[in-house]
Design a protein. Structure first.
Length: 202
């Protein structure tokens, strides 16, 4: 059993290394450039998502200073997440807080799928720009997909409604049994827009 656990740990560590090395390659393009690529991909997948941002009406969208700044900010957070893979206990609270922050922008769990797809497209483009597409192997892609899934799941956990204070739960049994189920249904509602904080934050 110890041998199996050791093998699993080695596989996990190997995937972390793949993601770290891959991200180091992509970010040589420049965080701003990668950020613009990411948002181009988000808007390609979900054009309606552009309506969430203050730069939506700018004529030369991808030259917008607001979009560039916001894209760079998002990519910086991706970098922080990659840097934190070795210290998950420290990373998890940060991601949960980030998820909680996004609730006020109308972000729903379903939005993370769009960003995940856009991120994979951005990696493809980054490797192609560096002339090393052959190095973005199936193994590297799988490592990224699993890493992003874990990041998204942690942020979604942070989006969950907080439990009511104990004082509020002291009422009749019916009230005390209050709707955790209803809250779960609300959080699970589908949506077609991309996840991202509005550019007003950038």
């Amino acid at each position: 059993m110890g041998g199996a656990a050791s093998a699993i740990n080695e596989e996990v560590e190997a995937k972390k290394t793949l993601v770290e090395t891959s991200w180091a390659t992509v970010k040589t393009l420049g965080l701003e450039t990668v950020g613009v690529l990411l948002f181009k991909n988000i808007f390609t997948i979900a054009p309606e998502a552009l309506g969430l941002f203050s730069f939506k009406d700018e004529a030369d969208l991808y030259e917008s200073e607001s979009l560039k700044a916001h894209g760079k900010n998002v990519v910086t957070y991706v970098g922080h997440a990659v840097d934190g893979l070795r210290t998950p206990d420290k990373l998890a609270p940060i991601l949960k807080d980030l998820g909680k922050t996004h609730v006020k922008y109308g972000v729903l769990p379903a939005h993370f799928d769009v960003v995940g797809k856009a991120l994979m497209m951005t990696l493809d483009q980054g490797y192609a720009s560096a002339g090393i597409s052959d190095q973005l192997t199936a193994e590297v892609k799988e490592a990224w997909e699993q890493t992003y899934a874990a990041i998204a799941a942690t942020m979604i956990e942070g989006m969950q409604p907080e439990a009511a204070p104990a004082a509020e739960a002291a009422a009749p049994a019916e009230a005390a049994a209050a709707p955790a189920a209803e809250a779960a249904e609300t959080v699970a509602a589908p949506a077609a827009e991309a996840v991202a904080a509005p550019a007003a934050e950038a």
